[in-house]
Design a protein around this ligand. Structure first.
Ligand code: COA
Length: 260
């Protein structure tokens, strides 16, 4: 299978997926999401794959978010569809996979990028990684599971702070807050992820899948929160603030929000 926006490499039962749009800081456009879905779906049924690693190409970004250029002119309905399709094809898809998925967070993980890392089962960050959900600075909200998964990982208090300030968190704070499992030197990141993945490949795939199903079952009551997120994300696309926020990003200036 050949892809335009991702690279795949299967070595020693570990599939490495690299999101490969470094000139756009690996922003997630529709095509990239579809390609990731294809690669992950194939990996889930391939008995030669026992663990998966996801990273970003280049040394600057894991993923700098959903592709703002692609969605800036969307309507309320299109916004809602974007969010729903993303949940189904990528974010819920990864969380529900039967094989462990490790995010190797090698730089900026912002918006959809942090949401991607959070939907992976494990996050290992390089010392240079910076993470945040800056959507409200664009007049929109996290729409790929971030309102739910951030609170699950760091607790409601820190999640509400990170979302409202749009601040970026460095790797050390992320580790302290439980947002990432480990922090390692940038040049050791992939090797460390591989070492962890190798330990997983020695264990029973059926038992890992069963244990992951059991862990997920404990979080099922949050599904109405995900529905609310999809609805609210779409609503943002009808606001003056969203037009201003995305225009300001594209015009490389600071936004002035009116609150409507
Ligand atoms: N969507 C689309 N394009 C993006 C992007 C995104 N989320 N993030 C970065 N890019 C593009 C930039 O537009 C730029 O493209 P251009 O050269 O065609 O103008 C390129 O990637 C490099 O980014 P740039 O902003 O020049 O790099 P920087 O080092 O000055 O800043 C960031 C890095 C990550 C701080 C900045 O790119 C940023 O704030 N990105 C958006 C983050 C965000 O809000 N994500 C949530 C989206 S919902």
């Amino acid at each position: 299978m050949s892809y335009q926006n991702i690279l795949t490499d299967l070595t020693d039962q570990v599939l490495l997926i690299t999101i490969n749009r470094p000139d756009q800081l690996n922003a997630l456009n529709r095509q990239t999401i579809e390609e990731l879905n294809k690669a992950l779906a194939l990996a889930d049924v391939n008995r030669d794959v026992r663990a998966i690693m996801v990273t970003g190409a280049g040394d600057k970004a894991f993923v700098a978010g959903a592709d703002i250029k692609e969605f800036a002119a969307f309507s309320v309905e299109e916004g809602q569809m974007l969010s729903r399709a993303g949940h189904k094809l990528l974010f819920d898809f990864i969380e529900n996979m039967s094989k462990p998925v490790i995010a190797a967070v090698n730089g900026f993980a912002l918006g959809g990028g942090l949401e991607l890392a959070m939907s992976c089962h494990i996050r290992i960050a390089s010392e240079t990684a910076r993470m945040g959900l800056p959507e409200v600075s664009l007049g929109v909200i996290p729409g790929y599971g971030g309102t739910q998964r951030l609170a699950q990982l760091v607790g409601k208090g820190k999640a509400l702070e990170m979302i409202a300030t749009a601040d970026f968190v460095d790797a050390r704070d992320a580790l302290q807050w439980g947002l990432v499992n480990r922090v390692v030197a940038a040049d050791a990141l992939l090797a460390e992820c591989r070492k962890m993945a190798a330990r997983m490949t020695r264990n029973s795939p059926a038992a890992i899948a069963a244990a992951y199903r059991a862990v997920r079952a404990g979080y099922e009551s949050s599904s109405s929160g995900f529905e609310a997120e999809i609805r609210e994300f779409g609503t943002c696309f009808g606001t003056v603030d969203f037009r201003e926020g995305t225009s300001a990003f594209l015009e490389k200036r600071k936004p002035t929000f009116e609150g409507r």
